[in-house]
Design a binder for this molecule. Sequence first.
Ligand code: FAD
Length: 342
Amino acid sequence: MVELRGCDPPKNLDEYRDVFVYVQHKNGKIERGSQEMLGMGRELADKLEEKLVGIMVGSNLEKVADEAANYNCDTVIGIESPDLKSFSSVAFSHFISETVESYKPNIFLMSGTREGRDLVSRIAIRCNTGVAADCIELDADKQNRLLIAWRPSFGDKTIDQILCRKHRPQMITSRPGSYRLPEKNRRKDVKIDIRKVNVPDRMKTVKVLEFRPKEALDLTTAKTVVSGGLGLGKPEGFKYLEQLANELGGVVGASRPVVDLGWIPYDHQVGQTGRTVRPNLYVAAGISGKIQHLVGMKDSKFIVSINTDPDAEIVKYSDFYVHGNLYDVLPKLTEEISKRKS
Ligand code: FAD
């Protein structure tokens, strides 16, 4: 068990109530990890008999705040300004910290996206508390009003239990994709509180001139993921994975070394430092199944591995194993699926 601390002496903990969830959004849509945290936040709030508060920052928040209200929140707080249209860690963390300092939430959950990870440390420092990062499971101890968080450590070989007994709020980031998506449910008395703020000039450190969206790849919601690893031997091998993924209506994933080699962009990485996926079908071609990869895909419904080594770790986690060279197996598999479809 690990205990988190801030720097200053303990505060009056009884003043702190309710569960905050940071609601990250883009183009009017709530990011998946934030949806997961709203579901988890509701469970914790119910156990502690506290309220669930979604907090978001941006411009023109009316619609997206209304959408957040559908996730069983008691209150949605929106911090709104035309100057908050684009993400700014300085300005966002300033306004969130200000709200935390005045509201005094007991718990604050954030999805561990790049934005979440950027904000959480700034907020924790300003609010003088600790953070448990990358948590995969959460629970609450009602008697002591404590959040119990579990996070993997030592390359996922151990799971640590983390408590923050003496500082508030108790803050965590979650590993996106590790929690169930909640059912939508709108409370009759949900309160939407949009607060207009002025962003001081000193915080306008970045000006976004143009936004060019990259073709979106969302591994975490894909029903089929066809992944390749070092067994591909060369970047051109991804062509065969793409062909199979196209036949199956899925997307291409990868192990970390092939991402590090620059064979495929980081968005495709599955595992501890990549995405956590739970598709109906996960195909692992030329992947050994090291623990850092397994943690990102072992909860897939059906796992197929293709490997020349029958003793590879991935085989133990597979529902179906093909003993062979992926360059023989992948084209045949793609052709067979294509034939059966037509
Ligand atoms: P290898 O372990 O080299 O496996 C290649 C496999 O291909 C072997 O099983 C081999 O038998 C098979 N093979 C070879 N040729 C063929 C062929 N022609 N046909 C079929 N099979 C063949 N890794 C991740 O994947 N994701 C992460 O997020 C991640 N995060 C990490 C974080 C930390 C802190 C650390 C320390 C490591 C992390 N790693 C991660 C790296 C991880 O430890 C492994 O090194 C990595 O997963 C191995 O990748 P691989 O399976 O592609 O390669």
